[in-house]
Design a protein around this ligand. Structure first.
Ligand code: PLP
Length: 481
């Protein structure tokens, strides 16, 4: 049994698939971003036993168009402001198509030569884009969670005062890791997965602008040292998930250095802004990070999945992940071959380099910078509209492209009624999802329920943020309880 089709049938499959893709993009702006269906309703559409017999591909594409597309969440739309998600690009779609066709496994150089070289080049270009040393080590991974895990794993291995990989954590003092209370939850996950113990992640308070309180960090490290803990890693936010806060890299680097700790920067979201005129100063000192996590699938608009971790000392990264096995090493020593499986937990890996390389090459760094600057300006504009509105209240500053705010009605008697505002905004979040014209999920800001809008979609323009606020107002005014 061979699963291939005849050439003309294959051509028909590809051309019908590309027609479908064109239809997705033909009316993006008019589409609802969210379908409003329940899990049971969506599940019902796909309920069937494992098929034993083949199914005609035209009918299959029809099924995709009628049942999958309407129940996708349209994060590619300019009306989408959820989490930190880009809209992808046409270059990315083409690259994913070619990547699937070639089906490379980028675990070892000799099974994916060009893809390995493109991955190395992409990492160098990302480093150059943000002002990090271009001779850095690094690897492309699934996203920010993996990039942070890999960077922290390399750091902990490099700076633990004992042979961690051989002897395990019990061979020395408890290792402590430092980050602000505003760190992304994947830092907690990484600390747990590495077996360091969640209690040994010290969460340092933040100042009014949501950046880490450096004095509190120093105090905590001194306290830990005098109690027999070993500070192994300091983590900075390079654009925090809730408010875009960027910690002071020079200050955190100096503290880490003083204690011989690893300095890791989580710039999964904000990193690319370091390459722009409008935000560069906030990111000064990014080159001081021993490792930096940055997601091409966020602000470089590369399609999912594409995360990147850069580790200045490539050997530190390799030491954490290279492992010997007879079947992997027989081509060892052949000149200049780099096997990416030695730089992250994965052995088999898809070819992420092609889509990062094609994105950077097709659009050029200048266009990508312009998108980031436009996004920052648009979301600051949204902040201004909120401030001028009277019926909305902004809860966070807008250093990058995320703004947290809440609805409070035009009626001033409610503006200080916290209990009412909590109920109102919880109801509003449900109603926004049900309405589906825009997508804005929630968060807590200093304990208050907030709408959290993040704009990193290159299709987002000032008219879209004006529309956003009008839609939210209309939904807000329709809530009665
Ligand atoms: C600052 C930060 N770090 C890490 C992550 C996790 O990235 P991913 O969802 O790609 O795993 C995010 C996601 O939004 C983030 O904003």
């Amino acid at each position: 049994m061979n699963l291939d089709m005849k050439r003309d049938e294959f051509q028909e499959l590809l051309s019908r698939t590309s027609d479908l893709v064109l239809r997705i993009y033909s009316n993006l702006e008019e589409r609802k971003v969210y379908h409003g269906k329940t899990p049971a309703e969506v599940r019902e559409l796909f309920k069937e036993a494992l098929p034993e017999e083949p199914f005609d591909f035209q009918k299959l594409l029809h099924k995709v168009e009628s049942d999958v597309l309407p129940h996708a969440t349209f994060n590619i739309s300019p009306h989408y402001y959820g989490y930190i998600m880009s809209g992808g690009t046409y270059a990315g779609i083409a690259a994913e198509f070619i990547t699937a066709a070639l089906n490379q496994n980028v675990g070892k150089w000799h099974i994916a030569a060009a893809s390995t070289e493109l991955e190395q080049l992409s990492i160098r270009w990302i480093a150059e884009f943000i002002g990090y040393p271009v001779d850095t080590g690094g690897v492309l991974v699934s996203g920010g969670s993996s990039a942070n895990l890999v960077g922290i794993a390399a750091g902990v291995r490099a700076r633990a005062p004992f042979e961690l990989a051989e002897d395990g954590l019990r061979a020395g003092p408890p290792l402590t890791v430092y980050a602000s209370v505003e760190r992304h939850s994947c830092i907690d996950k990484a600390v747990r997965m590495l077996g360091l113990g969640h209690k040994n992640l010290r969460l340092i308070p933040v100042r009014d602008d949501f950046t880490i309180d450096v004095q509190e960090l120093e105090k905590q490290i001194e306290k830990d040292r005098s109690n027999g803990f070993y500070p192994v890693c300091v983590i900075a936010n390079g654009g925090s998930v809730n408010s875009g806060a960027v910690d002071s890299f020079p200050q955190l680097s100096a503290i880490a250095k003083k204690h011989h700790a690893w300095f890791h920067i989580d710039a999964a979201y904000g990193g690319p802004a370091a390459g722009t005129e409008i935000a560069r100063d906030m990111f000064s000192g990014i080159e001081l990070g021993d490792s930096v996590a940055l997601d091409p699938h966020k602000w470089l608009s590369v399609p999912y999945e594409a995360g990147c971790v850069m580790v200045k000392d490539a050997d530190a990264l390799r030491n954490a992940f290279a492992i010997s096995a007879d079947y992997l090493r027989l081509d060892e020593g052949r000149e200049g071959r780099l096997d990416f499986s030695e730089y992250s937990p994965q052995l088999s890996r898809n070819a992420k380099g092609l889509k990062v390389w094609m994105t950077l090459k097709m659009y050029g760094a200048s266009a990508l910078r312009q998108v980031i600057e436009k996004n920052i300006r648009n979301m600051r504009y949204l902040g201004e509209l909120i401030d001028a509105s009277g019926d909305f209240e902004r809860l966070t500053p807008v250093p990058l492209s995320v703004v947290c705010f809440r609805y409070r009605t035009k009626d001033k008697q409610y503006h200080r009624n916290e209990e009412y505002l909590e109920r109102l905004n919880k109801k509003l979040l449900e109603a926004i999802e049900q309405d589906g014209r825009v997508f804005v999920p929630g968060t807590l800001v200093r304990g208050k329920t907030a709408l959290r809008a993040c704009g990193i979609n290159h299709r987002n323009e000032p008219r879209h943020v004006e529309y956003l606020l009008n839609v939210l107002r209309e939904i807000g005014e329709s809530i009665h309880f």
